[in-house]
Ligand binder design. Structure first.
Ligand SMILES: Nc1nc2c(c(=O)[nH]1)N[C@H]1C(S)=C(S)[C@@H](COP(=O)(O)O)O[C@H]1N2
Ligand SMILES: [Mo]
Length: 198
């Protein structure tokens, strides 16, 4: 009987140690994740040479569209150009990263209408649009936002800021009515991709 109790106590003690060690492992993992997340949050300032490597002279409009397009600043200038005034780029942290007096661009909606999303009928409207940059950064829009919401009149591809070509790359997407405008401000824009929700 005594030996049995002894074994029982030993077993309980052992399982407690196991619990603690697995808990500790979890804590360690979370700590590492936090560190890398903080790294990701940084806004590294690229050297002009590195920024130049990311520049695209044209953006591709592709995916679920009838007419894939390759747009340059010149071809955007031939479309309906809008002037946007007092546009602030605000990071998710609240920091104001840029304050443009004026900028010029074309509505993302006009670009998508030109490329014509492949829709099979009026109920076929579950599409998402990815604005992708050459450094891997991306932002997402939805069909409903662009075609059935005021956001459609606020999402642009910009090519000029304060009378000069945009700085990081030649074209940038923005969404004027976003609460924080940093996230969908996509520099070094490379493509606008249309996908259907599967
Ligand atoms: N291509 C690209 N666009 C980007 C980013 C990026 O890392 N790459 N950073 C975004 C973030 S987090 C913000 S707040 C704004 C402004 O950041 P910036 O001052 O670093 O351009 O651009 C956004 N656009
Ligand atoms: Mo940001």
């Amino acid at each position: 009987m005594k030996t049995q109790n002894y074994i029982l106590i030993l077993l309980i003690a052992f399982s407690c140690t196991m619990c603690n060690s697995s808990k500790k492992e979890k804590e360690d993992t979370i700590t590492t994740e936090k560190v890398s997340e903080t790294d990701n949050d940084k806004h590294p300032v690229l050297t002009p040479a590195d920024s130049l490597k990311l520049v695209n002279h044209q953006i591709e409009v592709k995916g679920e569209v009838e007419f894939p397009l390759q747009l340059t600043v010149d071809s955007l200038r031939k479309m309906k150009v809008a002037t946007i005034t007092d546009f602030k780029v605000v990071c998710q942290s609240g920091e104001v990263k840029k304050d443009d007096k004026t900028c010029k661009g074309v509505l993302l909606k006009d670009i998508l209408e030109k490329a014509k999303i492949k829709q099979s009928g009026h109920k076929d409207r579950n599409f998402y649009i990815v604005a992708r940059a050459s450094d891997g950064y991306m932002a997402t829009f939805s069909w409903a936002e662009i075609f059935n919401n005021p956001t459609g009149e606020n999402a642009y591809v910009l090519f000029e800021e304060n009378g000069k070509p945009v700085k990081n790359g030649e074209m940038i997407t923005i969404c004027k009515n976003d609460i924080k405008t940093g996230p969908r401000h996509v520099s070094w824009l490379k493509s606008i991709e249309v996908y259907k929700v599967k």
